[in-house]
Design a protein around this ligand. Structure first.
Ligand code: CUA
Length: 453
């Protein structure tokens, strides 16, 4: 008796509580629909089109939910057993097979599906490639006619390379950058999607839906940032140990600023100071690798900040600041170490020593706002953290572990690995080192990299 009373009291309170909740959810939208990677705050026509499809689906399914739920609720309430006699009575005549109901529900379902299918198919066509003005409807008006700007995004373990196939650089070849894709604002950009050795998914939530990077498959997408700004990108496909830290940025610039950026990037690396001569007695690195296996001490990362602040900071970074003499000495020593510690085997610094193509092009790394594939802010402290122990930040990264085991082509990383690609340990339980950096080395390398504007 008491049980059914409390059940009734629960039912009495449940309805107002649910109503309040339903009203509160849209009001609290500010808390959960916004953010640097929100698909509800779109910044370009592709993302806008995709959001429209989401809303069409949401409204049709909400209509179905409310209609079905209401029918069920009314039937449950109206035909409930009021007395013991009704509980034990024969069931009333059943409506199964009623042609009006059966046909009505079938036609109704088809109408609902058509309501969803038509905009979805239109949206798929629109999002597939730059419409060049030949798409009818409201969205076409958002896109400038004419050729799209073309870039290529290539996935690596675990970072993104961006190629500008139409931008010729001095001495042959075309412009290559990494992890920060700079595009012209207000103009459609066709992105060819490639990958080297991994499956990623390329996703800039505010600009366009995700497209997978699959080996041996030429995918593409297009996007347009309506306004200049700083947009956050993210890998959206599980790709291994560093999946959760596979980020990148898209920076959209007004035409004049974009042209200036291109001109700066096409130049070879800035030589703030010449390379220091090798010392007579090379220093032996003794620095310990910090908590190599521990992932628990993750410090605050980049990517949670305000996009407007990040954009301003990025713009400030494009200017090289004059260095004092102490800094110049560090820079020239760093340039020597960059060669000596074999960084040059994997990284390119155009105009300087490096010519490797297996790792991000660092020619203008000083002008990027992030390092480690968008994971860390490109500050002096963070660059040092990264150089000291890259594996702490990006598990399984090749700078730390190298490429291949014995019997394969080996690109040496910080540590030596056994045939199973596990770190080799010495008698004292420390990993056996290929590349050892002292704290002074890290400071000099950081100064050099930061000078590359
Ligand atoms: Cu790349 Cu997940």
């Amino acid at each position: 008796m008491r049980f059914s009373a409390s059940l009734r009291s629960l039912a009495r309170h449940a309805l107002p509580a649910l109503t309040l909740l339903a009203l509160a959810l849209p009001a609290s939208g500010a808390l959960w629909l916004e953010g640097p990677q929100s698909t509800f705050e779109t910044a370009g026509p592709v993302a806008k089109g995709q959001l429209q499809i989401f809303y069409v689906t949401l409204w049709v399914t909400t209509f179905l939910f409310v209609g079905t739920g209401a029918a069920l609720a009314i039937a449950t309430w109206k035909f409930r057993a009021k007395r013991d006699a009704t509980t034990n009575a024969e069931p009333p005549p059943q409506g199964h097979g009623n042609p009006f109901v059966e046909l009505g529900l079938t036609v109704g379902s088809i109408i609902c599906l058509v309501f969803i299918a038509v905009p979805t198919l239109k949206g798929i066509k629109f999002g597939y490639d730059v419409p060049n003005g030949d798409t009818p409807g409201k969205l076409a008006a958002l896109v400038e006619k004419g050729d799209a700007y073309r870039v290529t995004a290539t996935g690596y373990q675990w970072w993104f390379q961006f190629d500008y196939p139409t931008e010729k650089i001095q001495g042959g070849g075309t412009l290559v950058t990494a992890n920060e894709l700079v595009i012209p604002a207000g103009k459609p950009v066709h992105v060819d999607i490639r990958t080297r050795d991994v499956i990623h998914s390329f996703w800039v939530p505010k600009l366009a839906g995700k497209v997978d990077m699959i080996p041996n498959r030429a995918n593409h997408l297009w996007l347009q940032a309506d306004e200049p700004g700083y947009y956050f990108g993210q890998c959206a496909e599980y790709c291994g140990d560093s999946h959760s830290v596979m980020k990148f940025r898209v920076i959209a610039l007004a035409p004049a600023e974009f042209a200036k950026w291109l001109a700066d990037q096409k130049k070879p690396a800035r030589a703030a100071a010449p390379m220091a001569p090798a010392p007579a007695t090379p220093a032996v690195g003794t620095m310990a690798i910090l908590d190599m296996m521990g992932r628990d001490a993750m410090a605050p990362l980049s990517g949670t900040g305000d996009a407007r602040e990040a954009f301003k900071a990025w713009q400030t970074r494009q200017q090289a600041v004059p260095e004092d003499n102490a800094k110049l000495a560090l820079i020239s020593d760093g340039r020597r170490l960059f060669k000596e510690k074999t960084c040059v085997n994997c990284h390119t610094v155009r105009g300087h020593e490096g010519a490797g193509v297996n790792a991000p092009d660092l020619t203008h790394i000083g002008s990027r706002s992030t390092i480690a594939a968008g994971l860390l802010e490109n500050t002096e402290a963070r660059l040092k953290d990264w150089l000291i122990n890259p594996d702490h930040w990006k598990p399984s990264n090749k700078m730390f572990h190298g490429v291949g085991g014995s019997g394969e082509i080996v690109m040496a990383g910080y540590i030596k690995a056994d045939d199973n690609k596990h770190p080799m340990m010495d008698a004292s339980g420390q990993p056996v080192r290929n590349i050892a950096l002292t704290s002074a080395d890290v400071t000099a390398l950081t100064a050099y990299l930061q000078s590359l504007k």
